[in-house]
Design a binder for this molecule. Structure first.
Ligand SMILES: [Zn+2]
Length: 130
């Protein structure tokens, strides 16, 4: 570890694991809610479009949760490989303030913004390891 700065990875591992647990719980709760709502057969067109709308929100939320789960598992993987807390783009340490707020953060704020801009410009679809 450079700079002689030793990150308390055990602390972040705990945060990541409890967050993953929380997301999994929310996913199964949503799934259960959806099954229940399917039992109500819509009586008219108004209800039907309302149901479609709810399904859309459900799918959308699920996608975000699945993406978050993937990011959390990537972060845990980085802890295992001692690369946690190091930005792969500029190789600088990510501030603990940022990690405390977003423990699954992969990049420092500067690189994160740069990558977000490149994605917004249509330059890249998603960040890929060089
Ligand atoms: Zn960086």
């Amino acid at each position: 570890m450079k700079n002689g700065q030793k990150l308390k990875t055990a602390h972040y591992r705990k945060m990541l694991e409890s967050k993953a647990e929380e997301v999994r719980h929310s996913l199964s709760a949503q799934k259960a809610a959806q099954v229940v709502s399917r039992l109500d057969v819509p009586s008219d067109e108004g209800d039907l479009s309302q149901q479609h709308h709810e399904e859309w929100i459900f799918l959308n939320r699920n996608t975000i949760d699945m993406k978050l789960l993937r990011e959390i598992s990537d972060a845990l993987h980085r802890i295992d490989h001692d690369t946690y807390g190091i930005c792969p783009e500029c190789e600088e340490a990510i501030s603990t303030k940022r990690l405390d707020a977003v423990p699954w953060a992969r990049f420092c704020v500067t690189c994160q913004e740069m990558i977000a801009n490149r994605i917004a410009d249509g330059e890249i679809m998603e960040y890929e390891e060089a």
